[in-house]
Design a protein around this ligand. Structure first.
Ligand SMILES: NC(=O)c1ccc[n+]([C@@H]2O[C@H](COP(=O)([O-])OP(=O)(O)OC[C@H]3O[C@@H](n4cnc5c(N)ncnc54)[C@H](O)[C@@H]3O)[C@@H](O)[C@H]2O)c1
Length: 380
């Protein structure tokens, strides 16, 4: 009989909602190798976590994450809290033999990431980092095309993760804009996603040369603003970052992460050029992958649109959803991550991206920040 995995999730806001939905939907749409029980949800405010429990569909609510990681009933610990809490919770969960799904970025800095990965290596639980964008069907399709040689030798990897909410200088100073809680702000928050995609699609970074910046150095403190007081506090992390890089096999890379791109809400743009063809992707049109085949006859050359919704095993993941052309969205990427994670837990086998990937991603993030401070190229 299939094992039932009892899940304990910590954090119930943005990612807590996305993950709750994924835990609920995954067994309804995928044939999982284990059953899922949404057992316990954790938040620090007793009243608010009870409300979240009822709304998001969990059995129990607790206010101390230790109750989850130490409970003999819990099999899977899902960490959907700010970055400063990741190391302590993840390490405790691993030491207690739990399987761990951890939100990105893995930690605040290289040292924290090394510690988390060291704990993972000693643990028996399966670990996965929630870089959900790897599981967009179009990205999984791109990976397959590149692996099969459809693009030939890869020359360029370009990615841009652009949002615009910080363009308003009155946007509040929340945990993401403070070093103590976030690590390195927009750089680790969203550059980590496209670094992870670059590594997934193309390979490892070998050298980087970057610039990080803080365009708006002070903002109204979020907690005080919520109480009706406007007091400015210091932004202590980068709020934009860009870098050039060399990757395995001599691939040239350029990546940019910003929240100052007015008009861009969640624009993840990727273009990869190879000796035989190119692909182009834009998350705001996430069911589509553009593909240029350099081998097409001259009279019909051009980017073609692959609508990545064909079922019956043609395109990754989508056989589990709707008829061709009906499309899926952001939330499905989390369902795919949860489905793959549960199957890996049932098999007791590694799944990617895992905490080794988290450490490798962090090495790139750290090298970019150091390169910006020193004004020179650095090895990763
Ligand atoms: N994969 C993605 O696409 C994606 C998107 C957004 C955020 N994230 C990541 O998810 C994590 C959470 O981000 P978010 O946007 O959900 O943040 P959020 O501010 O919306 O929610 C954070 C939650 O954590 C809770 N929390 C904070 N400290 C806690 C503690 N000590 N014990 C228990 N609960 C605690 C808060 O009460 C809140 O419920 C971060 O690591 C972030 O980088 C990932």
């Amino acid at each position: 009989m299939a094992k039932t995995f009892r899940v304990g999730m910590i954090g119930y806001k943005f990612m807590g909602r996305a993950h709750s939905n994924a835990w609920r939907q995954a067994p309804k749409f995928f044939d999982l190798k284990g059953n899922i029980e949404l057992n316990t949800i954790c938040g620090r405010d007793a009243k608010a976590v009870q409300a979240a429990r009822a709304k998001l569909g969990w059995e129990k609510a607790v206010t101390d994450w230790r109750e989850i990681v130490e409970s003999p009933l819990i099999d899977i610990v899902d960490i959907a809290t700010p970055t400063n809490t990741h190391a302590e919770i993840a390490i405790a969960a691993l030491r207690n033999g739990k399987h761990v799904l951890l939100e990105k970025p893995m930690g605040r800095d290289l040292k924290e990431c090394e510690t988390i990965f060291a704990a993972a290596k000693k643990a028996r639980g399966v670990h996965m980092l929630c870089h959900n964008y790897r599981r967009i069907p179009a990205m999984a399709r791109a990976k397959k095309m590149i692996s099969e040689g459809a693009l030939g030798r890869i020359y360029h990897f370009r990615a841009r993760y652009a949002q615009d909410r910080l363009a308003d200088p009155e946007f509040p100073l929340d945990w993401r804009l403070q070093k103590e809680t976030s690590g390195s702000g927009v750089h680790s928050d969203i550059n980590s996603h496209i670094i992870d995609l670059a590594r997934f699609l193309v390979g490892e970074f070998t050298q980087v040369c970057g610039v990080v910046n803080t365009f708006v150095p002070e903002r109204p403190v979020a907690d005080l603003l919520a109480q009706g007081t406007r007091k400015l506090g210091k932004v202590t992390v980068p709020d934009a970052a860009a870098f050039l890089g060399w990757m395995d096999g001599g691939v040239m890379a350029n990546l940019e992460a910003t929240r100052y791109a007015l008009g861009r809400r969640n624009h993840i743009e990727i273009e990869i050029n190879g000796s035989k063809g190119s692909i182009y992707f834009d998350f705001e049109d996430m069911n589509r992958l553009k593909y240029y085949n350099g081998g097409d006859p001259l009279d019909r050359q051009g980017f073609r649109d692959i609508i990545v919704t064909q079922r019956d095993g043609v395109q990754p993941y989508v056989s589990h959803w709707w008829p061709p052309g009906h499309g899926i969205g952001y939330e499905h990427t989390f369902v795919h991550a949860v489905a793959d994670f549960v199957n890996a837990c049932a098999d007791g086998k590694p799944v990617q991206p895992n905490f080794e990937d988290g450490l490798k991603n962090q090495r790139v993030l750290t090298a970019v920040e150091e390169s910006s401070a020193k004004g020179k190229w650095l090895k990763v």
